[in-house]
Write a protein that binds this ligand. Structure first.
Ligand SMILES: C[S@@+](CC[C@H](N)C(=O)[O-])C[C@H]1O[C@@H](n2cnc3c(N)ncnc32)[C@H](O)[C@@H]1O
Ligand code: SF4
Length: 479
């Protein structure tokens, strides 16, 4: 089923079918990006450090691989568009106490995963991600210290057998940094660019030259980084099809393995720095759609495959191959080739998914530090999934990754009759079928080209909590 995705030529995927403005307007409402289900607004403070301890102990002797996420919250300057969890400061010494806290938290987690004889957890770590903020706000020795601690307490698979990645801001990364990142065992990099146009860069307070981006990209290649991703963003102030085309051409020349093209989520009520963006300079919805259409066509013509939900990859990239084989997954970092494994979140605000539950760390540094220093887990909220949540999580995951559902696979695994179980959503799906977003069959559904951009809307049909609320004010617009 997933194979057909990659048989689509640029002209079939692009063009009128994909960019039907009337249809997009009809469905253009706020919706989650489904990096988790249930989504973060469902997390609640009824879940705490005690639940986390019990869950860690319960999963310690499982055999499935582990994934680790480490959040480094600091940034040297603020990009006005930014919706990430960050602390903006030029005081690099603030990283020192944070490093101590992280090392303590790693020990605390590893202690809880020990067996009754005091042996550390033997589950293989196949995936590691440093996110931010700006992870390289940490200096080289601090990065070494984190990795040494992690390696001392967890069993990492060989470098070639895992995905070990880091988010890089090229403005905070010199050649020494790249070689240290290689030395500590990282093999993937994701770089923020957004837009090279000087007027756009000034309007969002992110001045980053092509030269420094290219320099880091080339250094990473020389240091054996296998997979390079570049983040771009459309919908930023002063962007037009012509200005963004220049950015796309430069990026295509760099030839990264993957490109993420994010839709700027403008939510100034939630993110203070966004109030410094001149709303009058933000492209109109029609112009945004034109930029998106042009970008998709340009990237497809350059040989990239549209994986879905903002992501593009080369035909021989692992993501593309995994999607072709129906082995693609989605987690907090976006798409992944690693099976749906337990994820341990470390650091301020990080979220883990362990033993069928989400656990989120404190968002304020004082609270985070207070807990860690008292040898307590800094977990302040979370969510334990019910059987129904697991079913819906799987349905949404397969929809986002395969762009198709085969009912039978869920019927056998969850012991349900799919159509009866989701009877409430059938009317919505029928309407989407009438609008040519999906092909609705007796045994499943396939997302059609026009539905690719509206995949969030299709997934929303299966979101029990959104269906109950019928609103999504804390989510960004779909297009
Ligand atoms: C944590 S940041 C990237 C790491 C690093 N700090 C940097 O800026 O290069 C991850 C990505 O999220 C995206 N992003 C941030 N704010 C966003 C927003 N408001 N809407 C959409 N995407 C956003 C950007 O593309 C950014 O590169
Ligand atoms: S985009 Fe990156 S560098 Fe800019 S403020 Fe956000 S996290 Fe920091």
């Amino acid at each position: 089923m997933a194979n057909s995705l990659h048989d689509q030529s640029a002209s079939q995927l692009g063009g009128a079918n994909l960019f039907n403005l009337e249809i997009i307007k009809k469905y253009d409402k706020a919706g989650p990006r489904y990096t988790s289900y249930p989504t973060a607004p469902m997390f609640h403070t009824g879940i705490d450090a005690k639940d986390y301890t019990k869950t860690l102990q319960r999963v310690a002797s499982d055999h499935a691989p582990l994934s680790l996420y480490i959040h480094i919250p600091f940034c040297n300057t603020v990009c006005y568009y930014c919706g990430c969890n960050k602390i903006v400061t030029k005081q690099y010494h603030r990283a020192d106490p944070y490093l101590d806290l992280l090392l303590k938290e790693i020990d605390r987690v590893a202690d809880s995963l020990q067996d009754e004889n005091g042996n550390d957890c033997q589950r293989p770590v196949t995936q590691l991600h440093f996110g931010g903020g700006t992870p390289t706000f940490m200096n080289n020795d601090q990065m070494r210290a984190i990795m040494n601690k992690l390696r001392a307490r967890f069993q990492f698979v060989a470098k070639d057998d895992g995905e070990f990645s880091i988010e890089i801001d090229p403005r905070e990364c010199d050649e020494d940094t790249v070689s240290v990142l290689e030395e500590i065992g990282l093999n993937r990099m994701s770089m923020g660019v957004q837009d090279f146009d000087p007027i756009v860069q000034k309007a969002v307070n992110r001045i980053q030259s092509k030269e420094e981006t290219l320099r880091v990209l080339n250094q990473a290649r020389q240091h054996g980084f296998e997979s390079m991703n570049i983040d771009l963003m459309y919908g930023l102030p002063h962007q037009t099809v012509a200005t963004f085309d220049a950015t796309l051409k430069t990026i295509i020349e760099f030839s990264p393995d993957r490109i993420a093209l994010f839709n700027y989520a403008h939510m100034p009520h939630m993110f203070m720095p966004q109030r410094r963006i001149d709303e009058a300079a933000i492209p109109t919805p029609q112009e945004k759609l034109n930029i998106l259409e042009h970008s998709i066509n340009t990237l497809l013509a350059a040989g990239y495959v549209f994986i879905g939900m903002d992501h593009f990859a080369k035909p021989d990239d692992e993501l593309t191959i995994a999607q072709r084989e129906g082995k693609l997954y989605r987690n907090f970092q976006g798409y992944s080739t690693q099976a749906d494994c337990d994820l341990i979140g470390l650091g301020l605000t990080s979220i883990g998914y362990i033993g069928g539950g989400f656990f989120q760390n404190e968002k304020e540094m004082d609270q985070y530090a207070g807990c860690v220093n008292q040898d307590e887990f800094p977990v302040f909220r979370g969510y334990i999934l019910s059987d129904e949540d697991h079913l819906r999580r799987q349905v949404i995951m397969r929809l986002m990754c395969d762009f198709a559902l085969t009912y039978e696979s869920f019927e056998s695994e969850f012991n349900i009759n799919f159509k009866q179980h989701f009877a409430d959503g059938i009317a919505d799906l029928q309407e989407m079928s009438d609008d040519q977003l999906i092909e609705l069959r007796d045994d499943g559904l396939t997302v059609l080209p026009a539905g690719r951009l509206l995949i969030r809307n299709i997934a929303m049909v299966f979101d029990e909590y959104l269906q109950k609320k019928k609103e999504g004010s804390s989510f960004s617009k779909v297009i």
